[in-house]
Design a protein around this ligand. Structure first.
Ligand code: SDX
Length: 430
């Protein structure tokens, strides 16, 4: 019988000791519950950026940053990338098991039934300039969905939660494609439910009323693969935002909108857009040393976008898959000698040999190569993070459903170390 481990925390001044019973999960680091710390010893923990903080228990995704491992409900991302599809992965993340053939067909039909959006929403887009960043539109439109779908906002009703999750997964491509059409001044294209999930998005983005549009199967497979790789990633910044918003009882559409907002940042999901812009700025392999030097210079805010990760201190397994797919997609759809791909590989090679990056265990992450595939598919740079948001919606809804169903779930409300002025009186003049 494994001996129960207990850590103890002693305050020598108060001469008090707190026993912290170690909790172990299926895989990964054990945790120590410190919820009683303030009541027992009068201290808060202090962990800005949550470097050593587990915010919840979850069975959805496991990451081993040292080994470069990513599991969705226990299945390695490499195997899912090779054998599965995005909708099957979305089912797996939501329900915890791979679907049977019948379950997969039923789930696909259910998602298909929700791909359209309320016609009134089209007027929402007209309120944005054509050059509005698509992520700004996504936050607004997704946040407004609760105004239309009152019949799936009762978070205490499991059926409402499931319908809201289905609606989010189904409608994100339609909302995203309408963002793109608004930016190019073309009419919105309605979903065609006889197309697959990724194919439908490409159809809604790139088909025009004046001519037939046939989805390229290589493009469809590449986009579906990228969606699988981006579907979930444990308690990253945007997922933690969704969980925190959900902990207040906010409706699911508002929670997903908060996740989209958090994803937008260049340190997070915005890195794919920033990485491609960085490659375009570097422009030529001969400039690589100069930019590597800038990335290392503490006085220069420049960082290698698409490099480094809070958890992965090894090569991001998703980047490995995307890097390999790049070759196939560029050869068939883009420019096989795309100077940006050659530049990306030269930059990666130079960085991985440099002591600064080796010492800090900085490797390419999922955002380093994904932009090259999006570019080869004809997706504009400002839509890259929108693509990320479409995929991550599967993980956000799965994590949100898990959080809401957690018996011990309560509102998330961190404390602080106060460093402001002590109490003082208002200067009243007679
Ligand atoms: C995603 O959390 C997730 O799971 C996110 C994600 C997901 O699927 O949800 O994986 C998606 O967001 C991937 C990350 C995309 N972001 C980028 O590519 C932006 C560039 N990367 C960095 O901003 C940074 O690496 C982060 C934000 C990703 C991680 O930041 P950390 O963990 O807070 O690391 P840090 O900033 O403390 O850096 C540690 C050291 C520092 O140097 P020292 O102070 O120790 O001397 O490494 C340096 C940093 O300056 N460093 C970099 C660097 N990343 C870290 N130096 C140059 N270029 C970089 N990219």
């Amino acid at each position: 019988m494994e001996q129960k481990r207990v850590l103890t925390l002693t305050d020598p001044v108060a001469n008090k000791t707190l026993a912290l019973p170690v909790m172990t999960g299926t895989e990964g680091p054990a945790v120590v519950p410190i919820g009683n710390l303030y009541r027992e010893l009068g201290y808060f923990t202090f962990d800005p950026g949550f470097l050593s903080t587990a915010s919840c228990r979850s069975a959805v995704t496991f990451i081993d940053g040292e080994q470069g491992v990513l599991l969705y409900r226990g299945y390695p991302i490499e195997q899912l990338a090779q054998h599965s599809t995005f909708l099957e992965v979305a089912y797996l993340l939501m329900y915890g098991e791979l679907p049977s053939a019948r379950q997969r067909d039923d789930f696909t039909h259910t998602i298909d039934c929700h791909t359209m959006i309320n016609e009134s929403l089209k007027r929402f887009y007209d309120g944005f300039y054509h050059d509005a960043h698509p992520m700004a539109i996504m936050v607004g439109v997704v946040g407004s969905l609760s105004a239309f779908y009152h019949d799936s906002t009762d978070i205490h009703d499991p059926h409402h939660r499931e319908v809201a999750a289905h609606r989010m997964i189904a409608k994100m491509p339609t909302i995203a494609a309408a963002c793109y059409k608004h930016s190019v001044g073309e009419p919105v294209v309605y979903p065609k439910n006889d197309l697959g999930y990724a194919a439908n998005l490409l159809h809604m983005m790139f088909s025009v009323p004046s001519e037939e549009y046939v989805v390229d199967p290589v493009a469809e497979r590449a986009l579906d693969l990228i969606f699988m790789l981006h579907a979930d990633h444990e308690q990253n910044a945007s997922t933690s935002t969704v969980r925190l918003a959900g902990s207040s009882g906010a409706n699911p559409f508002a929670c997903i909108a908060s996740g989209i907002a958090a994803l937008w940042g260049p340190a997070h999901g915005g890195a794919n857009e920033a990485a491609l812009k960085m490659l375009e700025e570097i422009g030529d392999v001969k400039n690589v040393p100069k930019y590597i030097a800038r990335a290392k210079d503490k006085d220069d805010p420049f960082r290698l976008m698409g490099f480094g990760h809070r958890v992965y201190k090894n090569y991001d397994p998703r980047a490995k898959v995307i890097r390999a797919a790049c070759h196939e997609v560029l050869a068939k759809l883009g420019d096989p000698d795309d100077p940006l791909f050659e530049l990306a590989m030269a930059l990666e090679e130079a960085a991985l040999k440099d002591e600064y990056f080796i010492e800090r265990k900085l490797y390419p992450n999922v955002d380093f190569y994904s932009g090259l595939i999006y570019k080869a598919l004809g997706i504009p740079t400002n839509m890259f993070t929108v693509m990320f948001a479409i995929a991550r919606t599967a993980g956000w809804v799965a994590q949100w459903m898990e959080m809401i169903a957690e018996p011990q779930q309560r509102i998330g409300r961190p404390r602080q170390l106060y460093v402001g002025p002590p109490r003082r009186d208002y200067p009243v003049t007679d």
